[in-house]
Design a protein around this ligand. Structure first.
Ligand code: F6P
Length: 330
């Protein structure tokens, strides 16, 4: 990267993180800063996502400014959900600030909402490169996103602990995972933690069906029953738990919402590598004059997916994973 010759007039770029934080965002910022400086660019950190962009909250970043952040969860640039960026006024102000600060390009690290924001900038003629960072794994065009692997590991450890108490008390436990409208985290964590069932928004089932699975687990002599509930499942986890607890199924029911612990923590080796590769690739795109794309991992390669082709679409949860989860849990 040191020897890359600039083929475009790009000299200064900004980098921001937007939407929900995800473990590995810091590793990605570090990669963007160091690869960017290595390629002869000036790199500015924009604080608080699009909100900071609109307000002009920028700081120049050196290689040393990103020392020691590789292993840290969260994002040292901070992040925000910015309603203003959804309005034509906010989008115009964002481009105005980018020009005011003499930036020639922008790297946006975030989920699908962040990519939608990036699209509005590119539609106004401003060069952007997106990097998918969200635990939800719902961004279209990429096999996975920065933060997903760490979140899965966090959920797995939590369910392993919940299983201890579930077995000790012979209970059914409903464990709620994040994911907004996607059941990805719930299905994957059901597989890795050996849960009896995953409840996902993509495949709603009735309370009676859930009760049947719990009762069958009891009849089969299991010591517990673990059900992973995606936050987007149509029946709220608390309501479901109290309905099931009131039934005579052998196991009494309890519920646990894992909530924000899923977004924190030191990124796994997988997420650090993914973040580093995507950050490096974003700079390669910029120095090669390739814009308005999102870095994506497809069959182990980091490729560029045009942002207009992915905004408004969602990565589907594979039926195969759901099937594997069901078969292995019996
Ligand atoms: O997109 C990440 C995510 O954690 C979703 O899983 C969840 O629905 C949402 O963000 C929560 O958003 P907030 O941090 O604004 O409460």
């Amino acid at each position: 990267m040191e020897s890359v010759q600039l083929e475009t007039p790009i000299r200064s770029i900004g980098v921001l993180t937007s939407g929900g934080d995800a473990p590995g965002m810091n590793a990605c910022i570090r990669a963007v800063v160091r690869a960017g400086i290595g390629a002869g660019l000036k790199v500015y950190g924009i604080q608080d996502g699009y909100k900071g962009l609109i307000n002009g909250d920028l700081v120049p970043l050196s290689r040393r400014d990103v020392s020691g952040i590789l292993s840290q969860g969260g994002t040292f640039l901070r992040t925000a959900r910015c309603k203003e960026m959804e309005t034509p006024h906010g989008q115009r102000e964002a481009v105005r600030q980018l020009h005011n600060e003499n930036l020639d390009g922008l790297v946006v690290i975030g989920g699908d909402g962040s990519m939608a924001g990036a699209l509005t900038l590119s539609e106004q003629g401003f060069p952007v490169v997106g990097i998918p960072g969200t635990i939800d794994n719902d961004v279209f065009g990429t096999d996975t996103c920065i933060g997903v692997d760490t979140a899965l590991n966090t959920i797995m450890e939590a369910i392993d602990k919940i299983r201890d108490t579930a077995s000790s008390h012979s209970r059914a436990f409903l464990v709620q995972t994040m994911g907004r409208d996607s059941g990805y985290l719930a299905v994957q964590s059901a597989i890795v933690s050996g849960a009896e069932m995953a409840l996902i928004p993509e495949q709603p089932v009735s309370v009676e069906e859930i009760a049947r699975i719990i009762e069958n687990s009891y009849k089969q002599g299991k010591k517990h029953c673990i059900i992973v509930v995606a936050e987007g499942f149509p029946i709220p986890m608390e309501e479901l738990t109290s309905q099931l607890d009131a039934m005579d199924l052998g196991f009494k029911a309890r519920g646990t919402n894992l909530s924000y612990i899923q977004r924190g923590g030191s990124p796994t080796a997988f997420d650090r590598i993914l973040a580093s590769r995507m950050g490096y690739k974003a700079i390669e795109f910029i120095t090669n004059g390739k814009f308005n794309v999102m870095t994506a991992i497809q069959e182990r390669e980091i490729v560029g997916v045009p942002i207009p082709e992915l905004v408004g679409k969602h990565r589907e949860v594979s039926d195969e994973y759901m099937h594997i989860s069901n078969v292995l849990s019996r």
